[in-house]
Design a protein around this ligand. Structure first.
Ligand code: SF4
Ligand code: SF4
Length: 304
């Protein structure tokens, strides 16, 4: 396979932006033919970053490192951790979609449910497109969420967890920190979806503009907010965090509602992602301003 000299961070960003702008898959499948997405944030992390091992220790041994998932699925072109780059992207929800979901109190707005199904189908197409384009350019690649052995497992600490977490990959690639509700708060907010690809490729990692994995959440930064607690219709969020099982059960219930009300097969919720200070940006002023200056935010105080 001939290596291309043209693949760089900017080349990958352009590849993703071009797909968002031109792919027919970028559609909400509604009557007005609106696009699912119109913006993106892209970050890169090295396969040799220590954070992958930390995830294994914190999330569980079942959580793959980039090296593990790459070598399982690209055995013809094996690579060591330092030869791998994780490309991660964030697709921020469009204002119209956020506005619609802000108005609901129990079940998702039609727009939100469409994004959960058709917007995520586009995200899967984007993963395939990035992996195939890198492959064609001479850089074997795999999208961890699309491999057949990706799975969720029962976890003592998290009730359940998966072999690859897109949000953790985005955190590693400098794109955001976790909030009280478990969502990832990015420079474009928490209302978004994420994707990633692992490639045999060397790209300068994106600096992580935080030292604390919760630096952008008001609750952890200064003990205020907690607005996502009140937005959750089934009280799956408390000051102790996010109850994944309660959340999952509610998501199951939304299927019937979506089918009956909007007449398509779908589901979704995301009420905790909108109508909250972290919906479309970083709500912690000191962290937001530090990011704008290219500095690290002050570390949050220890919880009482
Ligand atoms: S709504 Fe407030 S408490 Fe909840 S994740 Fe966002 S900033 Fe944190
Ligand atoms: S997605 Fe819905 S059910 Fe789950 S925590 Fe957020 S608001 Fe609650």
């Amino acid at each position: 396979m001939k290596k291309s000299a043209t693949v760089s961070g900017d080349w990958i960003k352009e590849l993703i932006r071009d797909f968002i702008a031109n792919s027919p898959d970028n559609a909400m499948q509604n009557e007005t033919a609106d696009p699912a997405w119109d913006d993106v944030l892209v970050g890169f992390a090295s396969g040799s970053d220590q954070i992958w091992q930390q995830y294994k220790e914190y999330v569980g041994a079942f959580h793959w490192t980039p090296w593990e998932v790459y070598n399982q699925h690209c055995p013809q072109t094996p690579a060591g951790p330092a030869e791998l780059t994780v490309v991660s992207w964030v697709l921020p929800q469009r204002e119209a979609v956020r506005r619609a979901n802000r108005k609901v109190k129990k079940y998702p707005a039609e727009e939100w449910a469409r994004i959960r199904v058709y917007g995520e189908a586009f995200n899967a197409a984007l993963r395939r497109h990035v992996a195939e384009s890198l492959q064609k350019a001479g850089h074997p690649a795999v999208a961890p969420m699309l491999v057949p052995n990706w799975t969720t497992v029962k976890s003592e600490r998290f009730s359940y967890a998966s072999s690859w977490s897109e949000r953790h990959a985005a955190h590693a690639a400098g794109l955001g920190t976790f909030g009280l509700c478990d969502g990832l708060i990015t420079a474009k907010g928490k209302a978004m979806r994420v994707g990633s690809v692992v490639a045999k490729l060397s790209i300068e990692p994106t600096p992580r503009p935080y030292t604390d994995h919760r630096a952008y959440c008001l609750f952890y930064a200064n003990g205020t907010c907690g607005k996502c607690i009140d937005r959750c219709p089934v009280r799956a969020i408390t000051e102790n965090g996010h109850d994944k099982e309660k959340c999952r059960q509610h998501l199951v219930c939304t299927r019937e509602y979506v089918k009956k009300t909007y007449k398509f097969v779908g589901y979704g919720c995301g009420l905790c992602q909108v109508g909250v200070p972290c919906e479309a940006g970083i709500p912690v002023k000191a962290a937001r301003e530090a990011l704008e200056r290219g500095e690290l935010p002050p570390p949050p105080p220890p919880l009482a």
